[in-house]
Write a protein that binds this ligand. Structure first.
Ligand code: SAM
Length: 323
């Protein structure tokens, strides 16, 4: 069996340093907020996998069905020798791409990237075992920070699936797409999976399931603060909230304090007060219109080659070429 290799560009110490900076900034802001990457320690990655199987969480199964339908066309168009996947997680759907790219073209290398080292190690090993002819080269890093550490060489396609692009606010998205443009060569491709604007009656339950798994996932950020920065949050005292913002066309996940609380973050020497009902924003999940995705890609220097949507127009896969 060929073993996967793993490049660690984000050590445990780097993660702690980054969390210190984000926690100091976000917990002293008004309103309070934290970036969504801090959900994803080993437990957070497992909870996300559980979310993907919930009846309310339509994005994963919709994107999978769409991918099944169009994966051969993607493989033929991209002719990728190297598939780079940002925020790969368990790469469950990516197996479809790997199979098609191997059958239709010259795929030699798979580069899964993620901030969650536990999830990435498991993914890289599993894919290496399932695809013995493929070189698997995992990268632990932060896609909002730098993409320069991704391997170069070979005709590449960068996949960014699962609607994760929606976790970035518009300014961050523009910067992020610009960076992807900078690491790619003309003629190479990006494949984006993005959730579309749909009826909030379907959308909101996807982020607020009846079994409470998303609530646990949301509260996991408080467990991460407790274990990494010696904070003393009582996660069970925070209520999970998911709201649709129709003006900005995004879902916001928040944690609402159920009583007045004083929290200490020992490693930051910081005391944080929450009033009863106060909310901490933990994630945005923007939903898109196809024209907006196309315009944002064009502004970053990409030409959209194909847009595929599911029959209910809930999710889109966009293949774009770097100009
Ligand atoms: C919504 S999940 C999607 C997972 C998978 N791509 C899918 O389609 O099911 C987001 C993934 O991105 C990773 N992630 C979140 N923020 C990140 C960041 N700033 N840098 C690298 N990975 C990140 C998480 O660990 C998680 O695996």
């Amino acid at each position: 069996m060929t073993a996967a290799t793993l490049d660690i560009h984000l050590t445990d110490d780097d993660l702690t340093a980054a969390l210190r900076a984000d926690a100091r900034l976000g917990l002293t802001a008004d309103p309070k907020w934290l970036p969504p990457k801090w959900f994803y320690d080993a437990r957070g990655s497992e909870l996300f996998e559980q979310i993907t199987e919930l009846p309310e969480y339509y994005p994963t199964r919709t994107e999978r069905a769409l991918l099944e339908r169009v994966v051969d066309a993607i493989a033929r168009a991209a002719q990728a020798e190297v598939l780079v996947e940002l925020g790969a997680g368990s790469a469950a759907k990516t197996r479809l791409l790997l199979t098609a790219l191997s059958a239709q073209g010259p795929l030699k290398t798979y580069v899964p990237q993620d901030v969650s080292s536990a999830a990435l190690r498991a993914t890289a090993d599993d894919v290496a075992a399932e695809f013995p002819g493929l070189a698997v080269h995992g990268v632990v890093s932060d896609f909002t920070d730098t993409l320069q550490n991704l391997p170069r060489g070979g005709r590449r396609m960068i996949a960014f699936l699962g609607g994760t692009i929606g976790n970035l606010v518009p300014e961050e998205r523009a910067e992020f797409l610009g960076r992807i443009h900078d690491v790619l060569e003309p003629g190479e491709h990006v494949l984006l999976g993005a959730g579309l604007v749909i009826d909030p009656a379907v959308l909101v339950p996807a982020y607020d399931d009846a079994a409470g798994v998303t609530a646990e996932f949301n509260r996991n950020v408080l467990h991460v603060l407790n274990s990494r920065l010696r904070a003393d949050f009582a996660p069970e005292k925070f209520r999970h909230v998911a709201v649709w913002d129709p003006a900005r066309e995004w879902i916001e996940m928040r944690l609402e304090a159920s009583e007045d609380m004083t929290v200490t973050v020992a490693d930051l020497d910081l005391t944080v007060r929450f009033a009863r009902g106060e909310q901490l924003r933990t994630e945005i999940s923007a939903k898109f219109r196809v024209e907006r995705l196309d315009a944002e890609l064009a502004a970053a220097g990409f030409a959209t080659r194909n847009v595929w949507t599911d029959p209910d127009e809930r999710f889109a896969l966009v293949l774009a070429e770097r100009r």
